[in-house]
Write a protein that binds this ligand. Structure first.
Ligand code: UD2
Length: 322
């Protein structure tokens, strides 16, 4: 009763085949007509209901776009829960150059007003920049070995995230997000992104037909996704959820990656391929739109009303070890 805001206006609707209508445009989903009854939360007064994008998956997980949530209401609900959000970021080798902007912009936009613990993994701990952090926010630096293959640096993150959760986070954090360092925050990323298992739709493929998604296509790999299968193509650069859910994801992806490696197989997009296989089998309970990981080199499409987090333009030849 003492919530600062009135509950959202809502209405229950029977939706017939909405999915098929929308899917042809921005999501290559089931073409069969679907019939379902869901509760639609109406947007704040003066804002339009989003009908230009898919806002719910066929398994009824929200797809979060600007205009589909009330940030003030969500903040007021989650602030009372006194939650801690952990965030991992890897800055190995020359990627340390991206860390300052990443951390500085996170202070402005990432879970502002919440307790946030950042874990930076690097082989250059002395080069970690000093960034002023608000009260309740903390940064821990951990050393990790370098590698002469970027594919290994990227893929080994799953093992390190698994270990971090087992050794440190299980009773210290509620949620965790795992983010690419070569990125900056530009807009709010807050409580609307919280969920059991959270995936971000890759900005490069969300308008494409499913047949074009770059899943691992060799049946010999544990990351295999067969033609005709798959929901969205998700980013390796941002995922998260409840600590125990992300633990299971990291443990499974690490095991599958290592098992592939023993047989001389490396999936097309390393841990991103394994993550996509995992999300196909274990549907995310919340899906974040490409607003949550855009790419600076891509012009903004009309349905993207806000860019919250975006990969910077980089010269791979100059920054990768191979
Ligand atoms: C994509 C994914 C990335 C990963 C990769 C496949 C997005 C936006 N990016 O990006 O998450 O799945 O494909 O392997 O979805 N890193 C270092 N030092 C290095 C190399 C990598 O610290 O020398 C870390 C760093 O945190 C970086 C991340 O690994 O952000 C991913 O590497 P990338 O950005 O080079 O991968 P990229 O752009 O191919």
């Amino acid at each position: 009763a003492d919530l600062p805001l009135k509950p959202p206006r809502s209405v229950s609707l029977v939706l017939i085949s909405t999915w098929s209508l929308l899917s042809s445009k921005y999501c290559p989903f089931y073409s069969a007509a679907s019939l379902c009854c869901i509760t639609v939360f109406l947007p704040p007064k003066g804002k339009q209901l989003r009908t230009d994008v898919v806002t719910v998956t066929p398994w009824l997980a929200p797809v979060v776009w600007e205009g589909t949530f009330n940030p003030f209401l969500l903040d007021s609900i989650y602030k009372r829960k006194n939650i801690t959000i952990a965030a991992t970021v890897f800055a190995v080798g020359k990627y340390i150059m991206f860390l300052k902007d990443f951390l500085q912009t996170s202070e402005e936009h990432f879970f502002v007003g919440f307790r946030v613990d950042f874990y930076v993994f690097t082989d250059r701990p002395n080069e970690v920049p000093k960034v002023n952090m608000a009260a309740g926010r903390m940064l821990t630096v951990r050393s990790v070995p370098s590698s002469n293959r970027w594919q290994e640096i990227s893929a080994r993150r799953m093992e390190i995230i698994q270990n971090l959760i087992e050794k440190k986070l299980q009773n210290r954090a509620d949620y965790i997000f795992c983010l690419d360092v070569d990125s900056k925050f530009h807009g709010r990323w807050g409580a609307e992104s919280l969920g059991g298992l959270v995936a971000v739709i890759h900005p490069g493929y969300y308008r494409d037909d499913r047949s074009r998604f770059p899943y691992e296509r060799s049946p010999a790999s544990n990351a295999y996704v067969a033609p005709g299968e798959g929901d969205f193509y998700y980013c390796g650069g941002a995922f998260g959820g409840l600590v125990e859910e992300v633990h299971l994801l990291a443990k499974t992806c690490r095991k599958n990656f290592e098992d592939d490696a023993k047989r001389g197989i490396e999936a097309a997009w390393q841990e991103e391929s394994h993550l996509n296989r995992y999300m196909w089998i274990n549907k995310p309970s919340k899906v974040l739109s490409p607003e949550y990981l855009w790419q600076d080199f891509k012009p903004k499409n009309p349905e993207v009303q806000i860019i919250r987090f975006s990969g910077v333009i980089k010269n791979y030849a100059n920054i990768r070890p191979n």
